[in-house]
Design a protein around this ligand. Structure first.
Ligand SMILES: Nc1ncnc2c1ncn2[C@@H]1O[C@H](COP(=O)(O)OP(=O)(O)OP(=O)(O)O)[C@@H](O)[C@H]1O
Ligand SMILES: [Mg+2]
Length: 261
């Protein structure tokens, strides 16, 4: 049953000669962490001394091409660079080195509540986020009902989102991302906090996006979800692209390496 579903999705998402949606060439991201020797007044007085700067290479010379209409899973251990890669594509970060080409409007669904303001209501956040994602106020107004209905947050939409549960935040984030006519949808793990029924609704929406020829990058630690949704997967290992290919094969390879320790 599961195999039949993946095959069906595989056919729906195969894109070999479509235009380039995302292309990375030797993409590298380094974070610099400044360590303060003292968290005190003395530390402040000593702050003219050179601070120890630690470099953290989150992504190292990563290269791949994703074509329009592809759904690509991104897997790897905690801290392997998956969210960093999505953050670069969403332009939350700038590359340290290398090249990144992104064609089309990106709807990022990164960590929970990212792009939302905690003190604004759900409704105000829909406007706030919609504008950030490139819609006009009129366009947002036209989609408002659809967004609120999809999120099933009718009773909560006038409450500040700091009062929302994780699942409610995810519903709002997914509903907005799903209604902004994005060419590229980035999903970083967030679906895991939804209940089973809402998760199913999100997967149905993702399938609709696939049929419409949109491009999707899907990060998850749920290998079943990866092979169900994506025909292709990227495996990041300590910032290095360890494998890129058929999702089933890449997931197998990853699971073997985890078991081997
Ligand atoms: N804003 C940041 N500043 C400094 N270091 C960061 C920042 N964001 C990520 N890092 C570091 O970059 C590395 C990769 O982190 P990233 O969040 O991309 O991992 P991940 O694969 O998404 O992990 P997870 O599965 O836990 O979500 C980690 O070592 C992390 O500490
Ligand atoms: Mg992450």
């Amino acid at each position: 049953m599961a195999a039949a579903t993946s095959k069906q999705l595989f056919e729906a998402t195969g894109a070999t000669d479509a235009p380039v949606a995302i292309r990375a060439e030797n993409l590298t991201k380094e974070f610099k962490l400044a360590h303060h020797a003292y968290a005190s007044l003395k530390g402040l007085l000593l702050s003219f001394l050179p601070r120890r700067i630690e470099r953290m290479v989150a992504l190292q010379q990563v290269s791949f091409t994703i074509r329009r209409g592809e759904t690509v899973g991104v897997i790897g251990q905690n801290g392997s660079g998956k969210s960093t890669l999505l953050g670069l594509i969403a332009r939350v970060y700038r590359p340290t080195a290398g090249m990144l080409e992104v064609n089309g409007r990106v709807a990022p669904l990164l960590e929970l509540g990212a792009g939302f303001h905690p003190d604004l209501t759900g409704l105000e956040n829909i406007y706030f986020n919609g504008v950030i994602l490139g819609l006009t106020r009129k366009q947002i107004a036209e989609r408002l009902d659809a967004i609120v209905q999809f999120a099933e947050l009718e009773g909560y939409i006038d409450a500040p989102i700091r009062t929302y549960s994780s699942g409610m935040l995810m519903r709002l984030g997914f509903a907005v991302a799903a209604h902004v006519d994005a060419d590229i949808l980035l999903v970083d793990e967030v679906l895991a906090v939804g209940d089973a029924r809402f998760q199913q609704k999100c997967y149905d929406k993702i399938r609709q996006f696939q049929r419409e020829g949109r491009t999707i990058l899907f990060v998850s630690h749920d290998m079943e979800a990866i092979t169900q949704v994506a025909a292709r997967a990227l495996w990041l290992d300590k910032g290095v692209l360890r494998a890129d290919g058929d999702a089933q094969a890449v997931v197998q390879e990853y699971l073997h390496s985890v078991q081997a320790g």
